[in-house]
Design a protein around this ligand. Structure first.
Ligand code: ATP
Ligand code: MG
Length: 177
C-alpha cells in the first residue's frame, strides 16, 4: 500500500512562500500549540484532495491564500502538492492551485479536469466524496455521538461494503431458507 510522503505548500493559509511539510511516515502524529497550524495541515490535505471551500473553514477559495484572512493576501494564488509514494516506490504528484475563486488540478505536472483528478485519486483509495480520508476537528465528537446503527452505516459507506449489501442480503436470505 502506498502512503503520503510529502506536501509542498505555497502561500497556503499559514505558510508563506514555498514550504515543504514532511517527509511523512506511514503513521504520523502532528502536535503543536493552539493556533500553530495543525488544522491548516488538514485543510491543505483536504484542499489537494479536492474538498470545497466550506469544508476548509473558509467562505471563498481565495481566503485560503496566505494573509487573505486579514485582508492582505501575500499572492494572487496558492497551491498544495501532495507527493504520494506508491507500493513500488514510485512517486505520484497531485497538485491543486487556487487563483481568485477558481481551482486548477494537475497530476505529475499535467493540467487535468477535476473529474480525471478525482478518478486518479480513487485509484489510490482516496474517495473524497465518501469522506473516508479526513476527519476534521469536531467530527470526532459527531462520530462518537452516533448510535450503533448510524455508526455501522457510516463504516459500511466508508468501506464500500454497502455496495455489496444487496448481494449479501440475497445470499443470506437464501441460506436462511
Ligand atoms: P487548535 O489547537 O486551536 O485547533 P490549530 O493548530 O489547529 O489550533 P489552525 O486552525 O490550523 O490551528 O491555525 C490557525 C492559524 O492559522 C491562525 O493563527 C490564523 O491566523 C492562521 N491562518 C488561517 N488562515 C490564514 C491565512 N489565509 N493566512 C495566514 N494565516 C492564516
Ligand atoms: Mg485545530
Amino acid at each position: 500500500m502506498g502512503y503520503l510522503k510529502q506536501l509542498d505548500v505555497e502561500n497556503f493559509k499559514s505558510w508563506e512562500g514555498k514550504q515543504i511539510i514532511g517527509p511523512f511516515m506511514r503513521f504520523n502524529c502532528i502536535i503543536g500549540t493552539n493556533g500553530s497550524g495543525k488544522s491548516n495541515l488538514m485543510d491543505a490535505l483536504g484542499f489537494v484532495m479536492g474538498e470545497r471551500a466550506s469544508s476548509l473553514r473558509v467562505k471563498h477559495l481565495r481566503d485560503l491564500i496566505h494573509g487573505a484572512h486579514i485582508g492582505r493576501p501575500a499572492s494572487t494564488s496558492a497551491s498544495v502538492t501532495m507527493r504520494y509514494c506508491d507500493e513500488h516506490g514510485g512517486e505520484l504528484r497531485f497538485s491543486r492551485t487556487v487563483s481568485g475563486d477558481s481551482s486548477d488540478f494537475y497530476i505529475n505536472g499535467k493540467h487535468v479536469t477535476l473529474s480525471i483528478y478525482t478518478v486518479e485519486l480513487e485509484k489510490i483509495g482516496i474517495v473524497v466524496k465518501a469522506r473516508n480520508c479526513l476527519v476534521f476537528q469536531g467530527a470526532v465528537e459527531t462520530i462518537a455521538m452516533k448510535n450503533a446503527k448510524e455508526r455501522t452505516k457510516m463504516f459500511e459507506r466508508i468501506s464500500s461494503s454497502v455496495d455489496l449489501a444487496e448481494e449479501y442480503n440475497t445470499k443470506h436470505a437464501a441460506l436462511m431458507k
